[in-house]
Ligand binder design. Structure first.
Ligand code: ATP
Ligand code: MG
Length: 338
């Protein structure tokens, strides 16, 4: 059997499960923009994933538009990238079901994000939260995507996607699905919580003080960095000096990512600096980078019809790619089409 070659294609998404954070921006959106133009790019607002935990229906549509506004404001261009929300393309749920029958319960039981999110309440969370990674595999493979830019927290789910593709291909004696590459690079693939440097910054985290929201104003950003947990020591002369100092390392990494620089260069510029100097510099940099984006987001949010139009057009383009792939999958599985 000759191995098919797959057109290089990027797929990734963000859940409309709350307001966008600096983690989403640096770990995902900024990198999505960087890949635009390099190859075909498909970026989704994954609303089917959002409802794995309760979402107020009145809020969900708004949160969906806000993620889309974040994409557009940060520089994703709907003429270059396909931008849409997942629930408008039925193939995600349909292929997701097929993959629920390919993925093994034992694989799902190893997913650390489920363990984190379910916590001590695992019996009471939705079945969707447990099955989420198999829907994520469908999101990616519905487009035969070859590259998936994600934050470090999603690495295990992309690896599961590869396992699902490989098992499907093996079980059905085909080479139909690509073995997708996770793309996890740059200084901010895991932006940490500002109050606890061992936990990731998340949209759905408990306290607003633990994250920078993309829509926070300058005063709020300055206040949150000022109150961010740190140790008392000054910044060291070399990056090695940040070992065992997760909060300090996080702020240096955030600075580097915002400045398109490297942690080494940030340390070289600020060696010996105390927090009284570094934190205000970081806040100024964050405001300089985020303010234009948040202003554009609020302009876009004042015109929801325009966002909806862009998402509808993106969904139509997404369906054109997805439908033949789903049809072929159904043929491979043996579903009768009469
Ligand atoms: P939730 O708390 O609802 O899971 P989230 O902030 O984790 O929200 P997701 O929608 O789950 O956001 O993830 C969207 C993208 O953002 C993924 O690629 C994920 O890896 C990336 N991402 C999320 N948080 C961070 C972070 N702290 N640092 C870097 N990347 C992140
Ligand atoms: Mg998440």
């Amino acid at each position: 059997m000759t191995e098919p070659t797959f057109t290089p294609r990027v797929f990734s998404g963000i859940k409309p499960s709350g307001g966008l954070t600096l983690g989403n921006y640096l770990g995902a959106i900024k990198r999505f923009v960087g890949m635009q133009g390099e190859m075909e790019t498909i970026y989704c607002v994954v609303d089917l994933h959002a409802i794995t935990v309760w979402q107020d229906p009145a809020e969900l549509a708004n949160a969906t538009r806000e993620v889309a506004a974040g994409y557009l404001a940060a520089g994703l261009d709907p003429t270059q990238s396909i931008l849409f929300n997942q629930s408008q393309v039925a193939g995600h749920a349909e292929l997701g079901w097929v993959f629920n029958c390919v993925a093994r319960v034992g694989w799902m039981n190893r997913m650390t994000q489920f363990k984190d999110k379910a916590g001590t309440n695992a019996e009471k969370v939705s079945l969707g939260l447990y099955a989420y990674p198999s829907l994520m595999a469908a999101d990616i493979l519905l487009y035969h995507a070859t590259h998936v830019p994600v934050g470090e927290d999603q690495k295990q789910h992309v690896e599961l996607t590869r396992d699902i593709a490989a098992k499907f291909n093996h079980d059905f004696g085909t080479a139909f699905f690509p073995i997708t590459e996770p793309v996890i690079d740059g200084p901010a693939t895991r932006v940490m919580n500002l109050r606890d440097g061992t936990r990731k910054m998340s949209k759905s985290g408990e306290s607003d003080m633990e994250r920078i929201n993309m829509t926070d104003d300058a005063d709020t950003i300055a206040k949150k960095f000022k109150k961010a947990k740190t140790d008392p020591a000054a910044l060291p002369d070399t990056l090695d000096g940040l070992a065992g100092r997760p909060e300090a390392r996080n702020l240096v990494d955030i600075y580097a990512a915002l400045d398109d620089s490297t942690p080494e260069a940030v340390i070289a510029a600020y060696q010996g600096a105390g927090w009284g100097r570094f934190k205000p510099a970081l806040a100024d940099l964050a405001v300089a980078k985020l303010a234009p984006i948040s202003q554009e987001m609020s302009r876009l949010m004042n015109d929801p019809a325009e966002i909806d139009r862009i998402l509808a057009q993106g969904a139509a383009r997404a369906r054109q790619i997805a439908e033949p792939i789903l049809k072929q999958t159904y043929d491979i599985v043996g579903f009768l089409r009469s």
